[in-house]
Design a protein around this ligand. Structure first.
Ligand code: HEM
Length: 460
């Protein structure tokens, strides 16, 4: 299939190296605060608006710090092809490493070390990990339904998060968080908000609730490591933690301090990502009963021939397209941040080294030339001849380049299987029926806590 970029994108060019071009235009903001409120409110809406107003490169202020942003399909292509040479992840993520007590983590390393670490973690985060555990994923989803009384409503996000972290822990490191789930949630969210996105003040890290959650999360990590040391992979497949223990033993990349962060990695990576996407999918599907009905039919077929298998799930085309459209329309990672390490010129403006930069990877999801009527939930975008997700730079829910989501295949499979199970064994309605979606980013975008589903019928 041949795909072409829209004409506007073809005209834009980037040039690597120092440049005398002018600095990108500055977004108007409030005195002292700059654009801090716009960003806190909705990063995605802010980036889309600036792209439409100022173009594919612009600057904005957050308090007294100036950031550059690039966005749109050409920015995505630049990021995918040249990101390794021009950007570094370290500064954005290193605060999280400090909270975890890690020396080296995948997300905050760059270059050669990152490539080696990614290779080391590839199998542990691979799609085959979830494919080997379909019965557990289905059972944990059914367990959530079993504990939910017909006729009652639940706030969707927290129920889904509990279930998803239990699934992820079970399949990747051999145990779910169980009673530790609230601690993981408090620890991860607070650390991200203070140390990574810097949307909350530092004193939160000193509050007893955070310190306790952090200590308990580390305790869980320690238990996972001990469990693996006691039970080495002799008659079972090695997992992420076994691979990390082996690397430490060989003296390769990782040291002892990196083990707990490695054990907690799947909880951290999945807590707000897979869960928020499932919550958005449930919202979108219940808003579009005709798509919901088709997904339910597919789910019934999936379960009709016995327990679902990876082969049969792969054929669930409507469900897959509903997931793609959820990730396009409601991206949970609207942008990524980096530090510029090598200057470049982009769309006629220069970007100097040393700056913090936002790459608005999902702004392209809302460009009508790439995705007509972009705010409409339309799962037929992914059918030929439209294939909107195949246009280079047009679709990037998992980011792009060296750090593109390592768990993408695992996440897609886990999300599809969980949605199929929920919708096959349960029937829901939005409560109240006139609920209007409010997206809350803390820091990852998700439907707010007022998004509730009432369980109308169940079969478990
Ligand atoms: C819909 C669900 C998910 C989305 C949209 C998503 C999105 C992302 C994005 C945007 C990044 C790049 C961050 C950056 O460049 O700064 C990333 C990285 C990563 N994700 Fe995901 N993620 C999802 C689920 C998961 C799950 C379930 C796992 C594993 C259990 C996972 C594991 C990882 C890992 C290990 C990285 C770091 C990769 C690296 O630095 O090389 N993700 N994810």
């Amino acid at each position: 299939m041949s795909v072409t970029l829209p004409s506007t994108a073809n005209k834009m060019k980037w040039v690597s190296g120092p440049s005398n071009a002018p600095l990108p235009p500055m977004v108007r903001g409030l005195p002292l605060l700059g654009n801090v409120l716009d960003l806190a409110d909705d990063v995605l809406a802010f980036m889309v608006k600036q792209y439409q107003t100022l173009g594919s490169v612009f600057r904005f202020k957050v308090l007294n710090e100036t950031y550059t942003a690039i966005a749109g399909p050409e920015a995505n292509l630049f990021f995918a092809r040249e990101g390794n040479d021009h950007f570094r992840s370290k500064e954005f993520w290193e605060g999280m490493d400090e909270e975890l007590g890690a020396k080296t983590t995948l997300i905050s390393t760059d270059g050669e070390v990152h490539a080696r670490l990614r290779q080391l973690e590839k199998a542990g985060y691979g799609k085959s990990v979830v494919e080997a555990h379909f019965p557990e994923v289905v059972a944990l989803t059914q367990q959530t339904l079993a504990g939910w009384s017909v006729g009652t409503s639940r706030s969707v996000l927290s129920s889904i998060q509990d279930m998803v972290t239990e699934q992820l822990g079970t399949i990747t490191v051999g145990r779910g968080p169980g009673d530790y789930v609230a601690d993981i949630r408090t620890f991860v969210r607070t650390a991200l908000l203070v140390r990574v996105t810097r949307q909350r003040p530092g004193f939160l890290l000193h509050l007893p609730a955070y310190r306790r959650a952090k200590a308990r999360s580390h305790e869980l990590g320690q238990k996972i490591i001990e469990q693996h040391r006691r039970n080495p992979p002799i008659d079972r497949e090695p997992n992420l933690v076994d691979d990390a223990l082996a690397a430490v033993a060989r003296g390769e990349i990782l040291v002892e301090d990196d083990l707990i962060p490695m054990a907690l990695g799947p909880y951290i990576a999945g807590l707000d990502t897979a869960s928020n996407t499932i919550a958005f999918a449930l919202y979108a599907l219940h808003l579009h009963p005709e798509v919901l009905a088709r997904v339910r039919t597919e789910a019934a077929e999936l379960f009709a021939a016995g327990p679902p298998t990876p082969d049969r799930l792969r054929k669930a085309d409507v469900l897959h397209r509903a997931l793609l459209e959820t990730m396009r329309r409601y991206p949970i990672a609207p942008a990524v941040q980096r530090t510029v390490v090598k200057p470049f010129e982009f769309a006629g403006y220069r970007v100097d080294a040393g700056q913090r930069i936002f790459i608005g990877t999902t702004v392209a999801h809302f460009i009508p030339e790439l995705h007509p009527d972009p705010y409409r939930f339309d799962i037929d975008r992914y059918l030929p001849p439209r294939n909107e997700h195949r246009v280079p730079g047009a679709f990037a829910p998992f980011s792009l380049g060296a750090h593109t989501c390592l768990g993408a295949g695992l996440a897609e499979t886990q999300i599809m299987l969980t949605l199929a199970t929920l919708l096959h064994f349960g029937r829901f309605e939005i409560d109240p029926p006139d609920y209007k979606l409010k997206v809350r980013a803390s820091p990852t975008p998700a439907p707010d806590n007022r998004f509730k589903l009432r369980l109308v019928e169940k079969r478990v």
